[in-house]
Design a binder for this molecule. Sequence first.
Ligand code: SAH
Length: 490
Amino acid sequence: MSAVGTVYLVGAGPGDPGLLTARALELLATVDVVLHDKLIPVEALDGVRSDAQLIDVGKIGGGEQVPQEVTEALIVEHALAGRSVVRLKGGDPFVFGRGGEEAQACRRAGVPFEVVPGVTAGIAAAAYAGIPVTQRHVAAAVAFVTGHEDPAKPESQVDWPALAAFPGTLVFYMGVRQLGRISEQLIVGGRPADQPAAIVQRGTFPDQRAVHATLGTIAQAAEQAAVRAPAITIIGDVAALGEELAWRAEARPLAGVSVAVTRARAQASALAGRLRGLGAHVVEAPAIRIEPLDAQVPDLAAYDLLCVTSPNGADELLRRVLDARALAGPVIAAIGPGTARALAAHGIVADVVPDRSVAEALVEALRAVPVTRALIARAQEARDILPDALRERGAEVTVLPLYRTVAEPLDEAARAAVLGADYATFTSASSARFFHAAAGTLDGPRILSIGPITSDELRSLGRAPDVEAPVHTPDGLVDALLADVAARHR
Ligand code: SAH
């Protein structure tokens, strides 16, 4: 049999995927098995190997949880079978994460392990709320405390009088419900009731919320604000700095809104990034992929018009043009601003760019341009509006298919994530068609279409879009989404 696999006890950070460590991402991309908790950034699992085994051992808010012994047994069992294992835990694995117990289980079983620390919630949630847990002249020490226990219980492991007297910041994990009793014990122990306190819910997530009060009033303030787990409570003078140093706009316009992006992976990141920046939870589920065709670009000097009808067309064309001087002759037309930007990225400023990215608009914009021979660089499957219109004008037209759009396989988890999202975005007819073919339905999310062609496709699939972007670009799509979210919350 194969050798024993290594177990990696990995911290996933507090929620913001940007706080995953480089080492965590590297291991996630390589191991055979990932056993993960509920409270991890969902994006953490994006980069796992497609044949890796994912096991959810988390619990849902106090609900059912895989018992710790079972989790430990699973870790050991997979490693002994020769598989490499990431045990992925929220925050840091050794801070209230039972990572120490899992390391002991590995040691007992003779399984080699490594520990990858993570950004712990007690520091990160505070920082994202503008609270430095230590500060010169304000707090020279910080204590991480579990708020899980009922302080009134005689068997409590926490020494409450000692904690009350602790000369520094107290950071409580867990125990939102014990907050009343915790603050009471601290005040009884001599901590001033007017000491600043703050509670940060879902720190570093797009829907993070912070509530500021004093030790004496924090429990009531948290209850009034309906604060729920996961939350971190910070008690000490530094908590007041959060009001001065808050740097992260709370309640961003798309906070709490999940949006599925179905465009090709290569193009999804700008749209996904903009949506994340607005606070959305983004589900990336590419429905399509661009597959270059084996096509040669003819001598461009023979043409007086070169039309490029998509950003992919621009990239695929210019990848094949080895000498930039070949482009000096023809008038160059882009179908819209996105394609013009893709050309500009290759150092080419289009001569003709209609505002609306549809073939009809390009036909219109070309009316004043004399054409005898035109070359159209485009996808294999595309409408023939443009070549037909140019031929009608008497031009000789060559259509040059440079790539085709093919379906990207959709796994069950991605399908469920898209159909369970608040919105699904479609930036092309092909992404709508291929997603529908793979998922079998478009029912569930509100459907956002980038423009009329995509909308027609959606209607022919039996699901008219709920929103069509007035401006047919990814930015226009985001603006339409913002308007729809705002209108529905009014
Ligand atoms: N190992 C984790 C802590 C696990 S205990 C770490 O190092 O962060 C679970 C508790 O962590 C929650 O009850 C909550 O108090 C805190 N927590 C985890 N993620 C959080 C977040 N994003 N915002 C606020 N608190 C969080």
